[in-house]
Write a protein that binds this ligand. Structure first.
Ligand SMILES: *Cc1c(COP(=O)(O)O)cnc(C)c1O
Length: 428
């Protein structure tokens, strides 16, 4: 048995599916998983010695690339001062100040340990603040794995929801309404029926967990108006969008101001973190000031905060966003030309340093459009690229991430690999 096969066997005998988070098992691309040994910049090294250009980048936190020197130094120094105190540190205050100054709608911030926790808390807070029960989310948007959010649209009728995971009770699912992203008519219909009991509309302002789907013109503004009209809160899940497109959140660019915002990923620089923030009058309903309970032994953990602060300070100083976008555009333009040359129906929706790979020539408005694309072609592409040292996120629903460490040489090598890979795809 090779070392790789041994690791697969050991992992599967010790952990369900061999992993601590399901997508890592590579089941949606029908392959054996890889195991990471180390990583630096844009490159991930596997235990079997392969050097991969990484477009997964831990699914988003690593906008500065793997093991950025600022971040590594901050973590090392923080750890040496103590890894957890469970009393407040000045660094946490600074982190909250930095977030509130970058994202003005976040007047108060609470740090938590994951994006899931931020979204879960946002819902509880919205329910507590409005004294209402229901929340509205969108098909194909991911908000972590809290019960109320593991709910999908039932077949056919918008709004009749069902649990998308075993173990989520009917009672829980029935308070979550599901609309199609970018479909105003779904929202209107659901609010007509349930508006009086709606606590929050929760949305990824740019949907980056079903490939990459941009909000249609005016869609977020429409949600703002609908929330106001029925007295619900508008919650932006900026776990991916936070500090990804600008030094702020997508709300800074689109001009729509939510009541609450969830953050995660980039703000922890690769360490576990999440944040919830928003209007002071709402946030101050959290314990200890208010009656909505939320707590965490490791909340605002000093090592995570150090990594996050180092990341945010670097982003603020360098403002790498235009350059990130240029690199991403150069890459996707070249990839797109190759696909066109081979007559393969393919779209590469792009925003900032994100792009998605969607095998269709049909318009993409939401989840159903992505679901109908050729997943076989994505599998074939994934494998053909991996064999040439290019690592895509292992699912057609995940978005690809560039970092400031991805440069022209990575782009060129990716384009070369893509040319060969798409020939394989064309044959499938
Ligand atoms: C990743 C993600 C989450 C969940 O964050 P975790 O840190 O994985 O719990 C929530 N919302 C969005 C939009 C995400 O992409």
């Amino acid at each position: 048995m090779t070392e790789h096969q041994t690791l697969i066997e050991r992992s599967r005998n010790a952990m369900p599916g061999g992993v601590n988070s399901p997508v890592r098992a590579f089941r949606s691309v029908g392959a054996d998983p890889i195991f990471a040994k180390s990583a630096k910049g844009a490159m991930l090294t596997t235990t079997d010695g392969r050097e991969l250009i990484d477009y997964c980048m831990s699914f988003g936190p690593l906008i500065l690339g793997h093991a950025h020197p600022d971040v590594v130094q901050a973590i090392t120094e923080a750890a040496a001062r103590g890894t957890s105190y469970a009393v407040t540190t000045e660094a946490e205050i600074e982190m909250a100040e930095l977030i509130t100054s970058a994202i003005p709608s976040m007047e108060r911030v609470r740090l938590v340990s994951s994006g899931t926790e931020a979204c879960m808390t946002a819902i509880r807070l919205a329910r507590g603040a409005t004294k209402r029960n229901k929340i509205l989310k969108f098909e194909g948007c991911y908000h972590g794995h809290a019960d109320a959010l593991l709910v999908k649209a039932g077949s056919g009728v918008a709004g009749i929801a069902s649990a998308s995971s075993a173990g989520v009770t009917e009672a829980c699912a029935k308070d979550t309404l599901v609309a199609r992203y970018n479909h105003r008519e779904d929202v209107e219909q659901l609010l007509k029926e349930h508006g009086d009991d709606l606590a929050a509309i929760l949305v990824e302002p740019v949907a980056a967990n079903m490939g990459l789907v941009k909000p249609a013109d005016g869609f977020l503004q429409f949600l703002r108006e609908q929330a106001d009209a029925c007295g619900a809160l508008l919650v932006f899940d900026g776990v991916i969008c936070g500090f990804r497109f600008c030094f702020g959140e997508y709300q800074n660019l689109c001009g729509v101001s939510p009541d609450l915002t969830c953050l995660g990923k980039i703000i922890g620089g690769g360490m576990p973190i999440g944040a919830l923030g928003g209007r002071a009058d709402i946030m101050e309903q959290l314990a200890p000031l208010g009656s909505v309970y939320q707590a965490g032994t490791l909340s605002g953990n000093p090592v995570s905060v150090a990594a996050g602060l180092a990341t945010l300070r670097r982003l603020q100083a360098d403002q790498p966003y235009a350059k990130l976008e240029q690199t991403t555009q150069a890459l996707t333009r070249a990839l797109s030309e190759i696909a066109t040359g081979l007559d393969i129906p393919l779209q590469l929706p792009t925003m900032g340093s994100l792009f998605a790979i969607v095998f269709t020539d049909q318009p993409i408005r939401g989840f159903a459009d992505i679901e109908q694309t050729s997943q076989e072609r994505f599998h074939a592409l994934f494998h053909a690229l991996l064999a040439q040292g290019v690592y895509l996120p292992p699912s057609p629903f995940e978005v690809c991430f560039l970092s400031t460490a991805h440069d022209e040489s990575h782009v060129q090598r990716t384009v070369d690999a893509w040319r060969l890979a798409l020939q394989t795809v064309a044959a499938t």
